[in-house]
Design a protein around this ligand. Structure first.
Ligand code: PHE
Length: 350
């Protein structure tokens, strides 16, 4: 084998390498030229060993040049083929429109939110519009305009959280009743509203108390609204919510912003009134407070909004706690579970 032969073999190898269309073909070209047994360029090493001493240097240079150029070309072409192969793989993967997606976790309503929606649905059927009031209130709306002046003893059960610093004077509302006043201040009657939402009291948490809980407020103001309307509305609503066999009964009570006032009990929807753990074996469950809007409250509003002459209009209001109903309905022993965010608890309501 001569220097010329090696040079020609090298050029031939480069051509075949450039023409290889896949890795298999490239491997065959590699074996043909550089294969250890019988590769055409590799045979140059034998020729070198047998060559006359004066030819060795030139033959060696030609052999090394052909071998290195071939190896470099093989490596480059292999890289090219791999890259284009990757391109094909990616295109196939990204264009596979039938590839299944990973399933999205599905949420559901919180049990308290679900009850609020059910109550709002019943209210809507009776012409009650759902409204929301702020959870941060001032003393005026949470107390004074509700006929609870400073130092009124009824404030004792409504201790709450007070904001400090620049927000001094603001507090977290202790009931949804301020929404009554916000509704009145916003315009004249007639209207019927339901106002669900969070309320706060400075209670130490225990299985039946949580410093934050939920109420739904109701307010109906018009001409000639009577206590009979209040009784009929609540009786209808309780039957719609708990079942048509549920009975209601009204007991005299006191709230500074309603006169007369009443506490409402329903016959136990769980045992039908015969007595069970949920009604503490009394057959009745106390559910809400209510009454006719105190004329003094209309009087406070009258200065800001004409149309609230206590001699011309009347109305009733009621307020109901939601959390206790949720606990009874779903058999929840600890109110804190409702706010723990524990999915093992919450997922039972899916
Ligand atoms: N706001 C009262 C409470 O939280 C309940 C209530 C609402 C009573 C409306 C009468 C009328 O105790």
């Amino acid at each position: 084998m001569t220097e010329g032969d090696l040079q020609a073999l090298g050029e031939q190898a480069l051509e075949e390498i450039a023409g290889a269309v896949d890795q298999d073909q490239l491997e065959r070209v590699r074996l043909k030229y550089l294969g250890r047994h019988g590769g055409l360029i590799s045979l140059g090493a034998q020729a070198l060993a047998q060559a006359a001493p004066e030819q060795r240097a030139g033959l060696g240079r030609a052999f090394n040049a052909a071998k290195e150029a071939t190896e470099a070309a093989l490596a480059r072409r292999l890289g090219e083929l791999r890259a284009s192969r990757r391109g094909i793989d990616q295109a196939e993967e990204w264009l596979d429109l039938t590839y299944p997606t990973s399933p999205l976790p599905r949420g559901h309503q919180h049990p308290v939110a679900r009850l609020i929606r059910e109550i709002e649905d019943i209210g809507r059927a009776l012409g009650y519009e759902s409204v929301r009031g702020p959870e941060v209130e001032d003393d005026q709306y949470n107390f004074e305009l509700l006929n609870l002046p400073p130092d009124h003893p009824a404030r004792d059960t409504h201790d709450t959280f007070y904001l400090a610093g620049p927000a001094q004077g603001w507090l977290l509302r202790t009931h949804t009743s301020p929404v009554q006043l916000r509704t009145m201040m916003a315009g004249p009657p007639p209207y019927r509203i339901l106002a669900p939402g969070r309320v706060y009291r400075r209670d130490n948490p225990d299985p039946t108390h949580n410093p934050m809980f939920h109420q739904v407020e109701g307010l109906c103001v018009d001409t000639n609204i009577t206590f009979g309307d209040l009784k009929g509305t609540l009786d209808f609503a309780m039957k719609a919510f708990f079942g048509s066999s549920v009975k209601t009964r009204f007991f005299p009570s006191f709230f500074p912003f309603t006169e007369p006032s009443a506490d409402v009990q329903i016959s136990c929807p769980f045992c039908g009134g015969s007595g069970c753990r949920k009604c503490k074996y009394s057959g009745w469950i106390e559910l809400l407070g209510c009454g006719m809007v105190d004329p003094a409250v209309f009087g406070f509003v009258q200065g800001k909004q004409p149309g609230y002459d206590p001699k011309k209009i009347s109305g009733f209001a009621f307020g109901m706690g939601i959390d206790r109903i949720a606990m009874m309905k779903y058999g929840i022993g600890d109110i804190g579970l409702l706010y723990s965010g524990d999915l093992r608890f919450l997922e039972q309501f899916a």
